[in-house]
Design a protein around this ligand. Structure first.
Ligand SMILES: Cc1cc2nc3c(=O)[nH]c(=O)nc-3n(C[C@H](O)[C@H](O)[C@H](O)COP(=O)(O)OP(=O)(O)OC[C@H]3O[C@@H](n4cnc5c(N)ncnc54)[C@H](O)[C@@H]3O)c2cc1C
Length: 386
């Protein structure tokens, strides 16, 4: 490798980006408006992603997966999000749901649950949040009680992405109600067919309308003891460690949404004429475009650096995962809002995709921890270094 190759994506990563972009433009973008309008799961996108092995690219080869590294997984999510944010939650949440297993599960659990995700037969969701325990995850009330070799789950989880389409759910539940806060939670795999497990009605949302969001309900839901992920009492630690890694993927999603909006804005301002010239010729417009692209590129670089840290398991991943997600999502909100502005009235109506992208961008500032919580995570690691 020459010195000039040191700070750019590998040829393999660039080739992957091109391959995913081709699929996203041909097979995913054409359905994005309809998926948003009807609030329906993007089946065509799932089929196209499966055909390209992009639906859960992070699953290691030993479990039948594509074995994509964290940066490659981000590139997949970014390129899909550029066309359709809802569809990008297929690879993103397959990683979110299975990451606790990859971090902590026994070989038996891994060999049972990862191959169906790798083949595209099953999707995986992640159940941490509850109505009364969103940012304050340790306040969760959903509980699991041991009964012989089994565990019996009671309670609920809220706002769970891809609930209903996923076959499998990693669910965090209190296993020691009198135990120390945060160290009294364990993680389990729940299957969609488990008795006592039901779903709430789909939430009606501002954006990412093609990605179902529902509550999980557990009414004395009995699961076998071999569904435990990691050790008893380690569940919240595993869940938060998972987020260190997967926040980077939300950063990638945010970058993709922003890039999609910038691309549409760039095309529009060169076409649209006012005062006898293309609006792109006005310096006020050019300065907006330059700022959008500058911030977007900074966000992209931060996400890629964080992805490399995720892959290596660097000690400063919590800071970088939080910073990448926080910065990229703020940029996505700003860039999509400016894209709507640059399209004027056309930006505000559904004839162009930028209004959808602006609505889709908002969630990236909220889920996997709000951006206020990301700042707490960053500060905690900064102060711990002293
Ligand atoms: C569409 C969607 C999909 C989701 N998918 C999933 C999923 O798949 N799995 C899952 O487990 N969860 C999921 N979530 C839940 C999401 O992670 C939570 O909504 C989020 O963490 C915030 O929790 P909350 O909504 O309870 O907000 P709250 O915690 O009630 O926060 C309300 C406000 O107070 C602020 N705040 C709270 N605490 C502090 C603090 N200490 N310092 C400063 N400000 C603070 C917050 O930043 C926010 O602005 C999803 C949510 C949505 C909307």
């Amino acid at each position: 490798m020459s010195d000039f190759d040191l700070f750019r994506l590998s040829d393999d990563h660039e080739a992957l980006r091109e391959a995913v972009r081709a699929v996203a433009e041909a097979k995913i973008a054409p359905h994005a408006a309809e998926v948003d309008e009807t609030g329906s799961f993007p089946q065509a996108a799932y089929d196209a992603l499966r055909a390209g092995d992009f639906h859960a690219p992070h699953v290691p080869e030993q479990y039948g997966g594509a074995g994509a590294d964290a940066l490659a997984t981000c590139l997949v999510i970014e390129e899909v999000a550029r066309a359709c944010a809802s569809s990008s939650l297929i690879p993103a949440v397959n990683k979110l749901g299975t990451m606790p297993l990859l971090l902590a599960a026994s070989e038996d659990v891994l060999t049972r649950y990862l191959p169906p995700v790798a083949s595209g037969e099953a999707m995986f969701s992640y159940g941490l949040s509850e109505r009364e325990a969103g940012s304050d995850t340790a306040a969760m009330r959903c509980k699991a009680v041991r009964d012989g070799d089994d565990w019996v789950l009671s309670g609920q989880k809220s706002w769970i992405t891809n609930a209903g389409v996923s076959q499998y759910y990693t669910v965090m539940a209190v296993t020691d109600p009198d135990g120390p806060r945060g160290r009294n939670v364990s993680a389990f795999v729940v299957e969609a067919s488990d008795e006592g497990f039901t779903l709430g009605e789909p939430e009606r949302k501002l954006g990412i309308k093609g990605s179902p969001t529902r509550e999980l309900h557990f009414d004395r839901c009995r699961i076998p003891g071999d569904r435990l992920v990691g050790e008893v009492g380690e569940g919240l630690k595993i869940a938060l460690r998972t987020l260190d890694h997967t926040r980077v993927t939300i950063g990638a999603q945010a970058v993709g949404i922003a890039q999609g909006a910038l691309d549409h804005a760039l095309a529009y301002v060169q076409e649209r004429r006012q005062f006898g010239k293309a609006v792109a010729e006005f310096q006020g417009v050019q300065f907006m475009l330059a700022d959008m692209a500058m911030k977007l590129e900074a966000a992209r670089q931060m996400v890629y650096v964080a992805a490399a840290k995720s892959e290596r398991g660097d000690a400063d991943l919590p800071f970088f995962g939080a910073a990448a997600k926080c910065y990229a999502s703020d940029v996505a909100m700003e860039v999509t809002t400016d894209a709507v502005q640059l399209l004027g009235g056309a930006g505000y109506v559904k004839d162009y995709p930028v209004e959808r992208m602006m609505r889709d961008a908002k969630i990236t500032q909220i889920y996997e921890g709000t951006n206020q919580i990301q700042r707490l995570v960053m500060a905690r690691q900064l102060l711990a270094r002293r």
